[in-house]
Design a protein around this ligand. Structure first.
Ligand code: GAP
Length: 616
């Protein structure tokens, strides 16, 4: 449950975002459109900086990653092969009373934020302090009155007598309605006790939710002028699949050798049932994804004489030829956290959540969620999955085109590999295949036979140097990162003037690398042409290298405050000393630092060498 302080903080961030031009509701003049957001002047700069820095760290600063920019609409079979058509759905319920749609698995979380939920909780806790449950028709009537305004569809409100009778009888018999707080809350939302005990009330009105049914999240459209089943297509729900289907082209044209990665930044679309928490869950958003293709462990073992252990901390260092998928996976988790640190987030802001075996997607060998401490809870910012060869194998199967690579060194290495090592590798591979078949529900003997046949085919190819690469996938959301950066940067600074009047100002303490505006340039007075001319010259000196905001209007303190609120880390003031009033200070300026208000005097010629290392 988000506490009132965090709800208030989110409200302030949403309001500041609009007021200062970071984020606006999309199509606002038409009443908005739920789950869609636009980035204003400052937001657009912030987003661009974040994407550029991601691209630089992932692609430009590495020899083993190249980029891709693919279309949003792709061949519809891609989504059949990837599993999105059949399984990319969320459970959805409809409220029988207000008819709103609710994501069934989020009903409780959404209800928790409502005042009427807290009334119900308080009531339950008091009533169950004694045994038998201390409840009466009068106390239930009072509860109905207290919740009527915001949850008019609670069964306790709309069918009070029937529900009261059931709750009283159930209390007398130690019935299921009072078994625990959840059961009680479910039971007051329905007249039908049997159904009510499995569903939470509708977060919007307290009404009764229908059974969950799967709702596919992909936006569907048609290509060409005719709308028929033959030309259905989808807006991509992730950027990843384009990378898989272009893998062979990139591999053959980029002169990369495995291991190597393909990075892409771009829009993704998901028809979320309940977009919420500002931009956190949107229907249109951007992803920054890397698919890092590696050799399967058996190939690494043959080539490098063994596979490095993931437990010895190797992943903190430079990639080595004996790294298998586990070390590569940990390496990418570490790289991603280091990236976040480089743009102003701290390790303590995150929780690394290793998914439990029963939470893993069917294709994943391991997944780490990097969770950020948002004001509304600890929630996913990025997922880093070890996806095995699932994706490339699926596209090979559905397209009929090979996604295998040929590795001459592997063929030579396999030819001289000793028999005990080959046998051990085969045995381990076969047993892990069998385990996954058993998990899919294939019976014992059948699983043994299928695993043996698949393993044999796999090793026959491997011996000839052929295999389908495996994948490690760090997948981050741009919009969630922007929200995390806004939350992290937000500060309220209280100051008291000489007359004892206190004022609260907002300062966005963005890391200089991501700040939308890097430097404010201010002539002390706007009615002194010499000051203005000098300030414009400083602006023009800095502008080719960074975003500059020139501001000559208002008291200098107000101008600083406006830039603090925009998150601008530096301010340069041009005054009479700059013009040579004190000859020894001619052509010097004041450089102000946003976070501690520190001011220093330095020559104009030193501005660039001073600022550039801080913002790059
Ligand atoms: N290719 C893997 C993939 O798409 P995901 O966990 O579904 O994995 C990756 O998405 C990231 O995309 C998430 O960690 C999140 O940052 C972002 N994301 C996913 N759905 C989102 C939504 N509805 N709104 C905003 N960001 C979203």
């Amino acid at each position: 449950m988000s506490d009132p302080k965090s709800t208030e903080l989110m409200e302030k961030i949403v309001s500041l975002s609009k007021r200062r031009g970071f984020i606006y509701p999309s199509s606002e003049v038409y009443g908005g459109i739920n789950g869609f957001w636009d980035y204003g002047p400052l937001g657009a700069e912030l987003k661009r900086n974040v994407k550029d820095l991601w691209w630089r760290s992932m692609v430009h600063y590495r020899d083993d990653v190249v980029g891709l920019e693919a279309t949003i609409i792709m061949h519809p079979l891609i989504w059949k092969a990837s599993g999105h058509l059949d399984t990319f759905s969320d459970p959805m319920s409809t409220c029988r009373q207000c008819k709103k749609l609710v994501r069934s698995d989020q009903a409780r979380e959404m209800v928790e934020d409502a005042d009427w939920f807290q009334e119900l909780q308080r009531f339950y806790q008091q009533a169950t302090q004694s045994s038998p449950v201390a409840v009466s028709a009068e106390s239930l009537e009072k509860l109905a009155q207290a919740t009527r305004k915001h949850a008019p569809s609670l069964a306790l409100v709309r069918a009070r007598e029937a529900v009261t009778a059931r709750l009283l009888a159930s209390a007398a018999n130690n019935g299921p309605d009072w078994a625990d707080e959840n059961q009680f809350i479910r039971s007051v939302s329905t007249e039908n006790a049997a159904a009510g005990l499995t569903h939470f009330p509708c977060p919007h009105c307290g009404g009764e939710l229908t059974e969950p049914r799967p709702f596919n999240l992909m936006f569907k459209t048609h290509y060409g002028p005719v709308e028929s089943d033959d030309n259905v297509c989808y807006l991509r729900p992730e950027t990843a699949q384009a990378i898989f289907v272009q893998f062979k082209n990139v591999f053959e044209t980029s002169r990369q050798k495995l291991p190597f990665g393909i990075a892409q930044v771009g829009k993704a679309f998901r028809n979320e049932v309940t977009p919420r928490n500002f931009t956190f869950r949107s229907r249109e958003f951007e992803q920054m994804e890397l698919e890092f293709f590696i050799k399967p462990d058996e190939a690494v073992a043959a080539l490098a004489g063994g596979v490095a252990s993931a437990s010895d901390g190797a992943w903190q260092g430079t990639p080595q030829p004996d790294w298998g998928w586990e070390v590569w996976h940990k390496y990418w988790v570490e790289q991603r956290v280091r990236f976040y640190e480089s743009i102003g987030l701290a390790r303590e802001d995150f929780v690394e959540y290793w998914q439990k075996p029963d939470e893993l997607a069917h294709y994943a060998r391991a997944t780490v969620d990097i969770l950020f401490r948002f004001p509304f809870g600890v929630q996913e910012l990025e997922g880093i999955a070890a996806r095995g060869d699932f994706d490339l194998t699926q596209h090979q199967k559905f397209s009929g085109k090979s996604t295998e690579v040929f590795d001459e060194e592997l063929r030579s290495a396999w030819a001289i590999l000793d028999e005990p090592t080959r046998t051990a590798l085969r045995a381990r591979h076969e047993s892990s295949l069998k385990e996954s078949l058993l998990k899919k529900g294939i019976a014992g003997d059948e699983a043994t036979a299928q695993a043996a046949a698949a393993s044999q085919a796999y090793f026959e190819k491997l011996a000839k140097g052929h295999y389908v690469p495996h994948v490690i996938e760090p997948s981050a959301g741009v919009d969630r990162l922007i929200l995390a950066l806004l939350c992290k940067a937000y500060r309220e600074v209280v100051s008291t003037d000489e007359k004892g009047k206190t004022e609260t100002r907002v300062v966005l303490q963005f890391h200089p690398r991501i700040a939308p505006i890097k430097v404010g340039v201010f002539p002390l007075l706007k009615n002194k042409p010499e000051l203005v001319a000098k300030a414009l010259a400083v602006r023009d000196l800095l502008r080719p290298h960074m975003t500059v905001f020139y501001d000559e209007s208002g008291a200098i303190g107000r101008r600083y405050a406006r830039q603090d609120e925009a998150g601008t880390p530096f301010g340069v003031t041009i005054d009479f000393d700059t013009l040579g009033e004190k000859p020894e200070l001619a052509d010097t300026v004041t450089l102000r630092h946003r976070d501690d208000g520190r001011q220093e005097r330095l020559p104009i010629a030193e501005l660039l060498p001073r600022l550039l290392p801080l913002i790059r």
